[in-house]
Design a protein around this ligand. Sequence first.
Ligand SMILES: *[C@@H]1O[C@H](CO)[C@@H](O)[C@H](O)[C@H]1NC(C)=O
Ligand SMILES: *[C@@H]1O[C@H](CO)[C@@H](O)[C@H](O)[C@H]1NC(C)=O
Ligand SMILES: *[C@@H]1O[C@H](CO)[C@@H](O)[C@H](O)[C@H]1NC(C)=O
Length: 334
Amino acid sequence: MNKSNRVLVCAFLVIVVKICTISATCSDTIMSQMQSIFVQNFTQNRALAPLCLRGAFHDCWNGCNGALLLAEEISRSENIGLEPLKTYLDPFLNQFPCVSVADLINSCAVTAVKFLGGPDVPVTFGRIDTGVPDPNGLLPAGTLNVQELIAAFQPIGFDSKEIVTLSGAHCVGVCQGQPFCPGQNTTFGNHYYTQLLNGEFEGKLQTDMDLLQDNTMKSVVQQYATDQQQFFDDFATTLGKYISRIQCNQTSNGPCPLDNSGSSSSQSSTSNSSPPQTAGNTPPSSGGINNPQEFPPFGLPNSFEGPNSFPSSSQGQNGNPTTSSGNNFFPAFI
Ligand SMILES: *[C@@H]1O[C@H](CO)[C@@H](O)[C@H](O)[C@H]1NC(C)=O
Ligand SMILES: *[C@@H]1O[C@H](CO)[C@@H](O)[C@H](O)[C@H]1NC(C)=O
Ligand SMILES: *[C@@H]1O[C@H](CO)[C@@H](O)[C@H](O)[C@H]1NC(C)=O
């Protein structure tokens, strides 16, 4: 084969690979069909909605990669309470073979936020499943103090304001049988923040109450308590950013934005008429591999690895790992 033929063959292979990528992503129509089934199911069983939201937090902490629904990962203590999510979502994978697990979880999550009365969270589809469990024990525990919480989110590119914003997800759902926001846990709203300011700590985690210990974070709590629209706007942006962090593959050393250069469909969670949106970040025009400028490096220090290990409250980041009781920052919603 001469040199120019080799170039042609290589170009052809690249195109075939690209087509395979495209066919692995569902059309907008299919994604909409799926979302309407989610809505039917949430209508029957409202508690499924916060379950999907929690699932997205867990699957995407280390980059959205679908590993959460692997038997080995779902059964970890940090995922206590999420087994029903696997039971719920697995049948969709047979019914819609085009969907990746990571897209399925995130489609369910943004539909859930909207269903519960929250904002349209921008979501783009085209996530690739790794098929390999994430390292154990990466998720932050609900028992962290505020400095530890900030330190846990920093490596994945979220600042203290964004932690306050994401914590607002605790306006819905229950933790180990008790609602975070007693009496108000069934609709999305800013009541989580008003309850914190009113000292209504029933159902709250250490990580919730401690938001008041940091002046910057407390001022954000106060802002959201008086301005629900601001909370909704920020939540849409911040959750959108969170769920757009993907791992291209196991060996890539950081998150990468979704490749939006033709292979991914893109839509807002409910409104099909709105223009395609991405999560506040413009994907690169090609590749979609690591873009450390937009997505700071992630992957946590080695001290976070090991079975469900987090620094205990009396130790710094490099303290000996302790075993969490499953009382994590993204706790059980059953
Ligand atoms: C979800 O809704 C679909 C369509 O109505 C239904 O076939 C399916 O059984 C529901 N799933 C659950 C878990 O309720
Ligand atoms: C709200 O809390 C109750 C328990 O008080 C629980 O049964 C219900 O499923 C929760 N609803 C949601 C949407 O989480
Ligand atoms: C995975 O990412 C690494 C590093 O970016 C790259 O060298 C490798 O070719 C990728 N593998 C696949 C299967 O895409």
